[in-house]
Ligand binder design. Structure first.
Ligand code: NAD
Ligand code: MG
Length: 298
């Protein structure tokens, strides 16, 4: 078991290879039922007050990268509202208990963000819980691998774009009236934004789109003192993978897709979100922070 995130050790062996048994769950997948269960930093993340008093909304904050980010934000002193789909309550309860254990206020909103009308309500509900909003993390994502473009349905293509691109756009518009100078928007791209896998055409295209949108928006919002940045994870062991995110072959070889020859854990991605949410990154906007086990990106 690694020590906290400030411990110097060999990054290659800091976490064990996952070597996952091939497993399947219906979308969106319950993290608690995975083998092995992803590491969200429950035992390791050490807060130092970097987000004291900040108020954060994290979509997909019930599990994986968003869940690890919710735990980290709370331990850094933030109150956190998470958004998740109906059915993910077992994972959401785990995150809420970690937020509460950190001494912060936590709440969960059950919503399908790909529904325009429901999406519009989320920010108002979050602001009601938090008394305002300083940090918007667009992390929820849909990824379903399809081998042949002929089999990629229009419905899936549209649903992936609605979840990964349209919903962040809607949430940003709803959040802006609440954001003061110093507030931050953090979107979630992927290594796939630059290196699209052949069986993830819709997904990879959304990640390129959100990366690009973030860089344009960062320029637009700079004069208002609102920063926009992106975290682009590489292969990370989460429920996304076991709910048809990758093929059986890719799951079996999940540790091989990076230079460390081990998959990342959500606990290793969360500190990137903390950095971009904190005032330490005050001169950083329009940036994509790649957290991918050494893979080369543009
Ligand atoms: P995850 O399954 O643990 O989290 C994704 C969450 O998205 C789900 O828990 C679910 O609550 C939410 N979600 C999906 N569709 C939704 C909808 N319509 N409405 C509301 N919520 C919805 O998986 P994760 O890997 O932690 O994913 C988090 C982000 O990281 C995603 O944007 C994903 O694309 C990105 N990412 C993941 C990897 C990886 O290897 N795991 C790599 C690069 C990028
Ligand atoms: Mg989940």
């Amino acid at each position: 078991m690694p020590h906290d995130q400030y411990t110097f050790d060999d990054p290659v062996t800091r976490y064990a290879r996952v070597d996952p048994p091939v497993q399947h769950q219906p979308e969106p997948g319950i993290q608690a039922w995975m083998t092995p269960v992803p590491d969200l930093g429950e035992k390791t993340y050490r807060g130092t007050g970097r987000l004291a008093g900040r108020r954060a909304l994290i979509t997909g904050g019930d599990s994986g990268i968003g869940g690890a980010t919710a735990i980290a934000f709370a331990r850094e002193g933030a109150d956190v509202v998470i958004v998740h789909l109906d059915g993910e309550q077992p994972d959401a309860e785990h995150i809420l208990s970690e937020i509460t254990a950190a001494g912060r206020t936590g709440a969960a909103i059950v919503a399908d963000i790909s529904d325009r009308a429901r999406s519009a309500e989320i920010v108002a509900e979050a602001v009601a819980h938090l008394g305002g909003l300083d940090i918007l993390v667009n992390n929820a994502g849909k990824q379903v691998a399809v081998q042949r473009v002929e089999d990629l349905s229009d419905e899936q293509f549209e649903a992936t774009f609605r979840t990964n691109v349209f919903a962040p756009f809607w949430l940003i518009k709803a959040a802006l009236p609440h954001l003061q100078p110093g507030a931050t928007i953090i979107n979630t791209a992927s290594l796939e934004a630059y290196v699209p896998a052949p069986d993830r055409l819709d997904y990879a295209a959304t990640k390129a789109a959100i990366n690009n949108l973030s860089k344009g928006l960062a320029q637009q919002l700079a004069p208002r003192g609102i920063r926009v940045n992106v975290v682009a994870p590489g292969p990370t062991w989460t429920a996304l993978q076991v709910s048809d995110g990758v093929s059986d072959e890719q799951m079996a070889a999940f540790d091989e897709e990076n230079e460390y020859k081990r998959a990342g854990q959500p606990a290793e991605i969360a500190p990137a979100f903390v950095f971009l949410a904190s005032a330490e990154s005050s001169y950083v906007s329009g940036e994509t922070l790649n957290v991918n086990g050494g893979m080369v990106t543009p």
